[in-house]
Design a protein around this ligand. Structure first.
Ligand code: AMP
Length: 215
């Protein structure tokens, strides 16, 4: 199965991608995760991406398209993949089509996580991430057992700089302006399936399993 997860930041795409990739043994390709790792390692891509990410702006198309094209060449995607956070512009969507066409494969479904702004803001501004193993918590809804310490690896929990409320609001504006148009783009292609991103993790997962059972 080859799936795209589409929706605003804070819709729960990353969480569902984790759950789905385990359940269906699919590769999880998150451009946000790859870019954050590149920034941490100080690679050329990381240096190009850093300032955009801190402001909540999109990294230039050519940088992310190359990352995804590389990821799609690996062996881990042979059984299928989940694209989480990509494409985010029509240019990226068109270039993805070219890459897939060359590989002789297509996308089976695009899942659109329809999410209200207030839910997205509350989720992101409360999100805490383990600085060591990247496990995700929420200050109110899913706190760790010991304050600011990861249950899994004892790493320190941090707030992503771009999860501060002001930046979150900008990320949502950027999504409306640059990404929301992809909903119609994929609807026209007959690939779009809509779920409510406001529901909790298990509820969304059950709906998605039903959708994929019919594929
Ligand atoms: P995410 O974790 O998906 O919310 O991504 C975090 C940040 O990485 C975004 O705010 C962008 O700065 C950058 N980013 C991730 N994916 C893309 C993409 N497909 N196009 C451009 N920028 C991206």
């Amino acid at each position: 199965m080859r799936i795209i997860l589409l929706g605003p930041p804070g819709a729960g795409k990353g969480t569902q991608a984790e759950v789905l990739s385990k359940h269906y043994s699919l590769a999880h390709i998150s451009t946000g995760d790859i870019l954050r790792e590149s920034v941490k390692l100080g690679t050329v891509v990381g240096l190009k991406a850093k300032s955009y990410m801190e402001k909540g702006e999109l990294v230039p198309d050519e940088v992310v398209v190359e990352i995804v094209a590389d990821a799609l060449k690996g062996d881990s995607v042979k059984e299928g993949f989940i694209l989480d956070g990509f494409p985010r512009t029509e240019v990226q969507a068109a270039q993805l089509e070219g890459v897939l066409q060359e590989a002789g494969i297509g996308i089976d479904a695009v899942i659109y996580f329809k999410t209200s702004e207030e839910v997205a803001v509350a989720r992101l501004s409360g999100r805490r991430v383990c600085s060591k193993c990247r496990a995700i918590y929420h200050a109110k809804n899913m706190p760790p057992k010991i304050d600011r310490i990861c249950d899994k690896c004892n790493g320190k929990l941090i707030q992503r700089k771009d999860d501060e409320e002001k930046t979150v609001r900008n990320r949502l504006r950027v999504y409306d302006k640059q990404t929301a148009g992809l909903i119609d783009y994929y609807r026209t292609k007959g690939l779009l399936k809509e779920v409510s991103g406001d529901l909790d993790v298990q509820e969304v997962f059950e709906i998605l399993k039903d959708i994929f059972a019919k594929k």
